[in-house]
Ligand binder design. Structure first.
Ligand SMILES: *[C@@H]1O[C@H](CO)[C@@H](O)[C@H](O)[C@H]1NC(C)=O
Ligand SMILES: *[C@@H]1O[C@H](CO)[C@@H](O)[C@H](O)[C@H]1NC(C)=O
Ligand SMILES: *[C@@H]1O[C@H](CO)[C@@H](O)[C@H](O)[C@H]1NC(C)=O
Length: 262
C-alpha cells in the first residue's frame, strides 16, 4: 500500500508538471502553423525557374531555386544542409539555412523565413548573408499537389511576385496557395494538448464513479458503500500528503504515518 501511495504522489506531481509545461509553452519544436494546411509544402523539395536578375550569380542566364520547407535539401553537393538553394549548372548558393520551424502567420496566409545563407556582398560593398522570405497567400484555386512517394522534387506553381533587396541580401517570393486559406477550427482543435489531457482525466474519473456505483448497487450495497473503493477514497488526502512529502523530501523522510493503520 505504501509503495502504491508513493507512486500516486509521483503521478500527481507528473501530471501537474506535464500540464504546466504543455500549457505554458506552445510547442515550437515541431514544424507547424495552426489553422493552415501546410503539409504539402513539407513533403518534397519544390523548385522554380528564376530569371537571371534574381539568380545572384554574376554570369548565368537562368537558375533553379530549390525549396525544402521543414527539412534540408539533402542533395549531396548542392547546399546539402540548407533549406533554400539557387543552382545554376555546377554552381550553387545557399539562400537560407535549415530551420526546424520556419513558419509564421501573415494577414492573408503564412510565411516561411530562412536566414544565414551563403556569404554575399551588398550593393554598397558590405558583406551579408543571403536570406529568403516565402509568402503563401490564400488562393483557393492554387493547389500544390504533393506527388507520389517516388518523386523527390516537384515544380512549384509560378510565384506571383519575386523581388531581391540588394541592401539586406533578401530574396522574397510570393506564392498563391490553397493551403494558406485559414481553416475554420473546430472546438476540439482549439484546445491545447494539456487541456485535452485534463478533460480525458475527468471523463475517466466520472466514468469510474458512475460504473463503480452501478456495480456496487447491483451487488446490493447501500449508503456510503455504494461509492467504489469508498474506504480508499476517504483516505486519499492522507495518501497524497504522504506521497508529496516523500517526493519533496527526495525520499529521505521515512514514511511513518497513516498507511500502516490500514
Ligand atoms: C562572364 O561572362 C563574360 C561575358 O560573357 C566573360 O567575359 C567572363 O569571362 C565571364 N566570367 C566568368 C567568371 O565566367
Ligand atoms: C495536397 O496534395 C493533395 C494530393 O496529394 C491534393 O489533393 C491536395 O489538394 C493538396 N492540398 C493543397 C492545399 O494544395
Ligand atoms: C539596388 O536596389 C535599389 C532599390 O531597389 C535600386 O534602385 C538599385 O538600382 C539596385 N542596384 C542594383 C545594382 O541593382
Amino acid at each position: 500500500m505504501a509503495r502504491f501511495c508513493r507512486l500516486l504522489g509521483y503521478l500527481l506531481v507528473f501530471i501537474i508538471e506535464l500540464h504546466r509545461s504543455l500549457c505554458d509553452q506552445p510547442s515550437t519544436l515541431l514544424c507547424a502553423i495552426d489553422g493552415y494546411d501546410y503539409l504539402n509544402l513539407t513533403t518534397v523539395n519544390w523548385f522554380i525557374d528564376l530569371d537571371q536578375q534574381y539568380c545572384l550569380f554574376k554570369n548565368q542566364t537562368q537558375c533553379t531555386l530549390e525549396l525544402a520547407i521543414c527539412h534540408t535539401i539533402g542533395n549531396p553537393g548542392l547546399c546539402e544542409s540548407s533549406s533554400v538553394c539557387s543552382v545554376s549548372g555546377k554552381e550553387y548558393l545557399s539562400l537560407g539555412a535549415y530551420r526546424e520551424n520556419p513558419l509564421g502567420p501573415l494577414v492573408e496566409g503564412f510565411q516561411a523565413v530562412f536566414s544565414d545563407g551563403s556569404q554575399y556582398i551588398t550593393d554598397s560593398g558590405f558583406p551579408c548573408l543571403l536570406q529568403t522570405h516565402l509568402a503563401f497567400i490564400c488562393s483557393k484555386s492554387t493547389i500544390w499537389e504533393s506527388p507520389g512517394s517516388s518523386e523527390l522534387r516537384k515544380k512549384a506553381p509560378v510565384p506571383k511576385l519575386v523581388s531581391y533587396n540588394n541592401k539586406t541580401c533578401q530574396l522574397s517570393l510570393t506564392f498563391d496557395y490553397a493551403g494558406a486559406c485559414k481553416r475554420e477550427m473546430s472546438a476540439i482543435a482549439n484546445l491545447s494538448p494539456g487541456t485535452i489531457l485534463v478533460v480525458i482525466f475527468f471523463v475517466a474519473v466520472i466514468l469510474y464513479f458512475v460504473f463503480g456505483a452501478m456495480i456496487n448497487l447491483a451487488r446490493g450495497y447501500v449508503g456510503s458503500d455504494v461509492v467504489p473503493h469508498g474506504r480508499f477514497w476517504s483516505m486519499l488526502p492522507i495518501y497524497i500528503f504522504d506521497g508529496f512529502q516523500f517526493v519533496f523530501s527526495c525520499g529521505r523522510l521515512p514514511v511513518t504515518s497513516t498507511y500502516e493503520q490500514i
